[in-house]
Write a protein that binds this ligand. Structure first.
Ligand code: HEM
Length: 307
């Protein structure tokens, strides 16, 4: 049995299109879904032949509601559930519906646009696109808050270990849980904060991206609360996006994990706090507008689904 994962642990690219689609009610979606799986395989294979240097790829994620409606295999992946909001005293990680998620990456935006166009042409008869976010690489891999984003991501073999399901859920080996949130930042408030304070929010230095020592890192900094130990990691590929003139700049948070429970633990620490009410200060400058869990089957499963 081949358990090859989709391109979930690829390293960050320069351009991204993120899409969330929801199926219409009362329409037959099975046939289109079959064709969609075949299309995703086709797009990835074709990209490898046509554009090795551009590293174009698309990863398909399937939500809990869609999995049921499509009558995909039961029992489901162990941790594929509808995401429940995480409610803190001040901030909420909202839950929003999503049937299908597409994570399209390429060094050149044209490839992302073409892939998204093909997917749209197929899906548009049976589904609505609820989110379309175009992410871009900002300077040397920084979030739009100006801090390098991704430094503590797993590297080498650890990327597969933390990002892809292994024998612990044998029928779904090669799959991955995908969690996404669209955050909008209060850039005015953020820019008004002196750099030394911004550094306390993140827990790292801004210019050269060095982690603060344990004695100086505040317990409500992002890196203190998001870090749940060396044995529990996730593979992040966040991208900045937004509109400059109307001050709607944000971060599309995206994480792949072999266990969703790890992501949930991070969210609880960030939103509820550790200890309670010691919540992540990054949230005073960031509002989550979406939050959805998906499952990304292995390539072999996608081929089965495609028939
Ligand atoms: C508001 C949106 C977010 C922004 C702008 C953001 C940005 C950052 C930055 C700049 C870092 C430090 C460098 C690095 O190691 O990557 C970081 C670390 C991290 N973030 Fe986030 N992040 C966001 C949301 C989240 C969420 C929702 C989670 C988890 C559910 C998360 C999990 C992590 C983890 C695990 C680390 C590494 C912590 C460590 O081990 O030091 N982030 N993030």
């Amino acid at each position: 049995m081949d358990h090859q994962a989709q391109n979930v642990i690829d390293t960050p690219s320069n351009n991204t299109v993120f899409m969330v689609w929801n199926f219409h009610e009362n329409v037959d979606i099975k046939d289109i879904f079959k064709r969609l799986c075949a299309l995703v395989i086709n797009l990835n294979n074709s990209a490898q032949v046509r554009s090795t240097l551009v590293k174009a790829s698309v990863v398909l994620g399937i939500g809990h509601h869609a999995w049921k409606r499509l009558e995909l295999p039961e029992p489901m992946p162990k941790e594929l559930v509808p995401f429940e909001p995480v409610v803190g005293q001040k901030h909420i990680a909202v839950a929003t519906p999503g049937d299908l998620h597409f994570h399209i990456r390429a060094l050149e935006q044209g490839y992302c646009v073409d892939m998204a166009t093909e997917i749209t042409a197929l899906l548009t008869q049976v589904a609505d696109c609820k989110e379309e976010v175009h992410g871009f690489r900002y300077w040397d891999g920084r979030s739009i808050l100006g801090f390098v984003d991704g430094t503590e991501n797993p590297v080498g073999d650890d990327r597969a270990f933390f990002g892809i399901i292994g024998e612990e859920d044998a029928p779904y080996q090669g799959g991955s849980y995908l969690f996404v949130q669209k955050y909008v930042h209060d850039m005015q408030a953020w820019r008004a904060l002196p750099v030394s304070e911004q550094e306390k929010v993140i827990g790292r230095s801004k210019a050269n991206d060095i982690e603060m020592g344990e004695d100086e890192k505040p317990s409500n900094s992002h890196s203190a609360l998001a870090n749940v130990g060396d044995d529990l990691k996730i593979v992040r590929d966040n991208m900045p996006f937004g509109q400059i003139a109307n001050n709607e700049m944000g971060t599309y948070f995206i994480a792949y994990a072999s266990r969703f429970s790890t992501v949930k633990m991070m969210l609880k620490r960030m939103f509820i706090g550790e200890p309670e009410d010691n919540y992540d200060r990054i949230l005073d400058f960031s509002t989550a507008h979406t939050g959805t869990l998906f499952f990304c089957p292995s390539i072999n499963m996608l081929k089965d689904f495609a028939g």
